[in-house]
Ligand binder design. Structure first.
Ligand code: GDD
Ligand code: MG
Length: 370
């Protein structure tokens, strides 16, 4: 069976992390998220996957190529312009040859795909939509069903007063290719606002498959931080690399930790990273490759991508640093602040309350202070 993964979105809500890195390529515990997703599909028996790319398409080609490194067959197909979720699959229709899994490329889940396929077959469904319960459906696609799980209503980004259920579209579908006759070619067209409402009109069988599997859309800064937490405390199975050197502390390759540094797990430390005298790293935290954590720095709930250099006494709490940043002494980055790539932040700044700093920003000493 084949699968299509939709990875063409701009990842607007995750900017500035997605300025240089498409959302599905951003690292989760030091591994591009899409790689984990592909391996999960391979392990569930799907070894031929089509990636529908658009934004920053080359980044996918550079990292994944034809898939042979992951022992799978990968077709990376670029849309001439964004075609929307259904238009993107229509664009690769010629590669489909039977019921096909379609995935949103920003959902972290351990959904049982075989069980979903068995359900799809049993119901003789044309479109099966995986569903998950959430607290606030307004950010998602609301799905109402009858007692036999047949979909009765699909409402994308419902208003609060339209909420009738907590079950939403979890972003995994099984689709019979015939259904694409309803999708206009060479146009922007969405499953959520186009095809699903049309299928409700035509009466083709469309079913919902609810599940309580782990589920998070990683497309927002706080959920991106939270999902690291969930992985590190073992709430979702995610095989990350590294050798366990202490209670819930994993080291990849040749990282160096000063004997006076204090590491309290769960923490993952990437290869080539150096942690200096008196620094404290409190989990859940992830340090990418080749980072340097200066003396007396204090980190807690921090996610750092590769090649970040922190000078003495930097404080990071519940924040994300992209790639290759230089952080001056005693600067504090806290409360959901997000720093892009290749920024140079001078000493004694304080960045807080979800502030987002764009790539290549240079900030002087005490430019934003406390
Ligand atoms: N190839 C391609 N082309 N991919 C696209 C395009 C496009 O034009 N537009 C969006 N995508 C991809 C995104 O990269 C992402 O992986 C997926 O389609 C969903 O887009 P999002 O922008 O993340 O949508 P959302 O999170 O607001 O809502 C969707 O996901 C929810 C679950 O997380 C909808 O499907 C909701 O109904 C659903 O509940
Ligand atoms: Mg999303």
């Amino acid at each position: 069976m084949k699968a299509v993964i939709l990875v063409g979105g701009l990842g607007t809500r995750l900017r500035p992390l997605t300025c240089n890195t498409p959302k599905p390529m951003i690292p989760l515990v030091n591994q591009p998220f899409i790689e984990w997703m592909l391996l999960r599909l391979r392990d569930q028996g799907i070894s031929e996957v089509i990636l529908a790319v658009q934004y920053l398409a080359d980044r996918f080609r550079e990292t994944l190529g034809d898939g042979s490194r992951l022992e799978m067959t990968l077709h990376i197909v670029e849309e001439p312009e964004p075609r929307g979720t259904a238009g993107a699959v229509k664009n690769v229709e010629h590669l489909l040859d039977g019921p096909t899994f379609v995935f949103n490329g920003d959902v972290m889940t351990d959904l049982d795909l075989r069980a979903m396929l068995a359900f799809h077959r049993e119901k003789q469904s044309m479109v099966t939509i995986s569903l998950t319960p959430v607290d606030d459906p307004t950010q998602f696609g609301l799905v109402e069903m009858d007692g036999q799980n047949r979909v009765q209503r699909f409402l994308e980004k419902p208003r609060a007063e339209d909420i009738t259920t907590n079950l939403i579209n979890a972003g995994t579908y099984i689709i019979e290719p015939e259904i694409f006759r309803y999708v206009p070619p060479n146009q922007f067209y969405m499953f959520e606002r186009g095809l699903f409402p049309v299928v409700l009109q035509t009466g083709d069988p469309m079913y919902g498959f609810p599940s309580r599997a782990y589920w998070t859309d990683i497309g927002k800064p706080q959920t991106y931080i939270d999902v690291h937490h969930d992985i590190l405390i073992g709430k979702v199975r995610y095989g990350f690399r590294g050798q366990q050197i202490a209670d819930r502390v994993w080291l990849e390759g040749d990282a160096e930790i000063h004997p006076t540094a204090q590491i309290v797990g769960p923490v993952v430390i990437g290869p080539g990273t150096v942690i200096e005298r008196g620094a404290r790293v409190i989990g859940p935290s992830v340090l990418g490759a080749n980072c340097s954590i200066g003396p007396e720095c204090s980190l807690e709930g921090a996610v750092l991508w590769d090649a970040n250099r922190l000078e003495e006494g930097v404080v990071l709490r519940n924040c994300v640093l992209g790639r290759g940043n230089q952080i001056g002494a005693r600067t504090q980055i806290v409360d959901g602040a997000i720093i892009g790539d290749a920024c140079s932040l001078g000493p004694e700044n304080r960045l807080e309350r979800g502030i987002r700093v764009w790539p290549n920003t240079n900030l002087g000493e005490r430019a934003i202070s406390f």
